[in-house]
Design a protein. Structure first.
Length: 133
């Protein structure tokens, strides 16, 4: 198993089997807290030929070692074919409404079948009083 990509983005669009990520970011600024995060966590993983047909993918939001929430889902890993020789999965986690209680450094920690594959940092900043975005 090999991580090919793990990013935060404003949105993901799927057209004719091709995914596009729009607005990749690594920080957000809010004028008040708690605030809500919008967007997606996009993960792409290449799988070895002998790995399972179904895998469990999880993404946990953490701050200072504390778990703030976790999502887990099963994903089908299609077989390699001549037209698609790379065997892998693309998972997009909708983050709409994810609560961020205060400014600081957060991480999304992704795992496949319990094996950590990526840590995606998110810097959350306060737009202090009287400041302009």
């Amino acid at each position: 198993m090999q991580l090919l990509m793990a990013v935060l983005a404003d949105r993901s669009d799927l057209v004719e089997g091709r995914a596009s990520l729009i607005g990749i970011f690594q920080s957000v600024v809010a004028s008040s807290f708690p605030t809500e995060l919008h967007g997606v966590l996009a993960i792409r993983v290449a799988m070895d030929a002998d790995e399972a047909e179904w895998v469990e993918v999880s993404a946990a939001l953490r701050r200072d070692g504390a778990d703030l929430g976790e999502l887990s889902l099963s994903a089908f890993v299609p077989p390699a074919t001549p037209a698609q020789p790379l065997r892998g999965i693309d998972v997009t986690v909708d983050l709409e409404g994810t609560e961020l209680p205060e400014p600081g450094l957060y991480t999304f920690e992704a795992a496949v079948d319990g094996r950590p594959i990526a840590t995606v940092p998110l810097s959350v900043l306060s737009l202090g009083p009287g400041a302009r975005a």
